[in-house]
Design a protein around this ligand. Structure first.
Ligand code: AMP
Ligand code: MG
Length: 413
């Protein structure tokens, strides 16, 4: 048997980031940037006003109060987006709107609230400092400055920055195409009414959703019968993908042919018994350079194996540095018994209250009990050497939902 860690390290050691593609910035949301972005211009491009008010020379405001206002001549109106035509001198001011360019001669802007219009003149009610309420050219971004570093994930803020620099396209890491195959004579597709001895190939759907959730592009290959011909044909159709994922047929049953087919066609197939539960059988290797995962068929096993091994692989291909779900410590609410020597991924319901996480199991934990996943927002990870985890003990929980991340105190002081 191989440990989860060893399997994961081996798998990730064979996976490299894909190439780059140029996409419209709005399609780059959540993607990893593949270039260093330098500013091609200053932001703001010119000195401009941070307030609606009057551009003037600050020394004209010295001593001004509501009781002892200073009065100056208004020589121009400057709306945003318009060029000032006149220069300000001592004793004059230009009425200016937020974002409008500061006229020559002015060294401060006095906000509207501290003034009162008086015909062609304005009363100044407050003293201001030199440079007050002027936003200087390049104050946000200097031309030539590095604004977005290769490897960063694009969020709305980065899209705003790129657009203000006039960059409508950006290089990001490609999204991998993930071929998904269900195998088994007992499987039918979703719209067929299954006879009592058939079931819907639900793994195709849960795996597709997991691929989308990780940022990959699913390529649905449908259901392969447990025959050599069908399996070979389906694997052949998968050869344009960046990763091939199949479920079922990797254990020791009479019709578990996936293993044999993979062994024949793969260059480096490994057939592991991973020291984990659920998800013990796992095939991994490559066929003509394409990484292939043969997951066990049980619906919970296939989802957990995807979480632990394929999700990080997809993220690595997409250029991500942080490949793993966050884990937190939580106070266990049930007793859990387990076998020695295997890492368990128990489906748990984690809650945060009073500065602490608590976690309970989602009930029956069989690898065919998909309901245990439906109720789960985290996976309780019990290490290999543990055989009993008691109520009240602190356990590690892998969060399946990032919105649960909080700063929590330890379980016991
Ligand atoms: P196998 O690994 O092929 O022995 O399958 C183990 C169990 O998982 C069996 O009960 C299968 O019916 C079930 N199973 C296999 N593939 C799927 C699938 N795509 N969707 C749902 N259940 C499946
Ligand atoms: Mg099968």
């Amino acid at each position: 048997m191989i440990t989860v860690e060893d399997a994961l390290n081996y798998i990730l050691g064979t996976i490299s980031p894909l190439g780059l593609e140029k996409v419209n910035i709005l399609d780059a949301l959540g993607r990893v940037v593949g270039e260093n972005v330098y500013a091609g211009r200053n932001i703001p491009p010119k000195d401009n006003s941070a307030m609606d008010g009057y551009a003037l020379q600050w020394e004209d405001t010295i001593g001004a109060t509501r009781e002892t206002p200073v009065t100056v001549d208004v020589i121009e109106d400057i709306p945003a987006g318009h060029i000032p035509l006149k220069s300000v001198e001592r004793g004059t001011a230009s009425r200016i709107m937020t974002g409008a360019p500061v006229p020559g001669g002015a060294d401060a802007v006095l906000r509207m609230e501290d003034t009162e219009k008086d015909g062609q003149r304005v009363k100044i009610y407050a003293e201001i400092k030199q440079g007050e309420d002027i936003r200087y050219a390049g104050e946000d971004v200097q031309e030539g400055e590095l604004v977005i570093t290769r490897g960063k994930i694009i969020r709305p803020a980065e899209i705003g920055m790129l657009s203000s620099l006039g960059r409508s396209f950006i290089y990001v890491y490609q999204r991998p195409l993930i071929a998904i195959l269900s195998t088994g004579d007992e499987l039918v597709d979703i719209d067929e009414t299954p006879s009592p001895w058939k079931i819907v190939a639900s793994n195709s759907y849960s795996l597709t959703a997991q691929v989308l959730d990780a940022g990959g592009i699913p390529l649905l290959l449908g259901i392969a019968k447990d025959t050599r011909e069908d399996l070979i044909a389906k694997f052949r159709a998968a050869m344009r993908a960046d990763i091939i994922v199949s479920s079922g047929g990797v254990s020791v049953g009479d019709y578990d042919l996936v293993k044999d087919i993979m062994r024949e066609v793969g260059n480096t197939m490994e057939f592991w018994r991973v020291a984990m539960r659920p998800g013990r059988p796992l095939a991994f290797g490559n066929i003509e350079g394409i990484p292939v995962f043969g997951l066990p068929g049980n619906p919970v096993s296939s989802m957990i194996s995807f979480e632990q091994f394929i999700r990080p692989s997809i993220l690595k291909m997409m250029g991500h540095k942080n490949l793993f779900r966050n884990t937190v410590n939580a106070c266990l609410q049930d007793d859990i018994r387990k076998g020695k020597g295997v890492k368990n991924f128990i489906r748990g319901r984690i809650e945060y209250s009073g500065g602490k996480y608590t976690v309970s199991t989602t009930g029956e934990q069989g690898s065919g009990i998909l309901k245990s996943m439906v109720g789960a927002n985290g996976l309780i990870i019990l290490p290999e050497d543990v055989t009993l985890a008691r109520k009240g003990e602190e356990v590690t929980v892998q969060l399946l939902d990032a919105s649960l991340e909080r700063t929590a105190q330890p379980c016991y002081p």
